[in-house]
Design a protein. Structure first.
Length: 177
């Protein structure tokens, strides 16, 4: 069984750091030199390619060579875990810098509204376009929420009652026969 990407990156960083005669210190941010970063990326790329580190089937199809992994996938992966892994980032919980900034990233209308806004200088026009952006994000969120189906029979009846929902009818085995 392959290890997770988080563990793969940690293992590679630990190995490279130890080979350099240093150690990962709890509570201290791990810094890598350019050569150390390259070595970590090489270990991770090979681990992903050989199946020692997990990689989804979709990603495996897209990054089917070590070279593609090395250039297009691994740098972001390593950077991500250096920022997020508490063992490597000095023990600080990762905080998203701009939460929600990627909302609707695949929506063409929203993308073009944002592009339009970036071309404007008039505050009044910018405000109108920002309102359209906010409305589009709200629409996308509502569409996403509509797709969620909740099996209300699995929710405790007392909670449903407190929320104002009709409690589901629960029948015992004898009653349904």
């Amino acid at each position: 069984m392959s290890m997770s990407q988080k563990e793969g990156v940690y293992s590679a960083v630990k190995s490279v750091i130890e080979d350099a005669g240093r150690q990962i210190v709890d509570g201290e941010k791990t810094k890598l030199s350019t050569e150390e970063s390259k070595a970590v990326m090489e270990i991770v790329a090979n681990g992903l390619h050989e199946g020692e580190i997990s990689l989804s089937d979709k990603a495996r199809a897209k990054y089917d060579t070590v070279d593609k992994l090395r250039k297009d996938y691994v740098p972001g992966l390593v950077s991500n875990w250096l920022r997020k892994d508490l063992r490597l980032n000095g023990g600080e919980r990762y905080e998203t810098k701009n939460p929600g900034s990627r909302a609707g990233a695949g929506d063409e209308q929203l993308k073009n509204l944002k592009l339009l806004k970036s071309t404007m200088t008039d505050d009044e026009q910018i405000a109108k376009v920002q309102e359209a952006i906010d409305n589009r994000i709200k629409e996308l969120q509502e569409e996403k929420a509509k797709k969620i189906e909740v099996d209300m029979s699995k929710i405790p009846a007392d909670l449903l009652e407190r929320l104002g929902y009709d409690a589901p009818i629960v029948r015992t085995k004898n009653e349904s026969e």
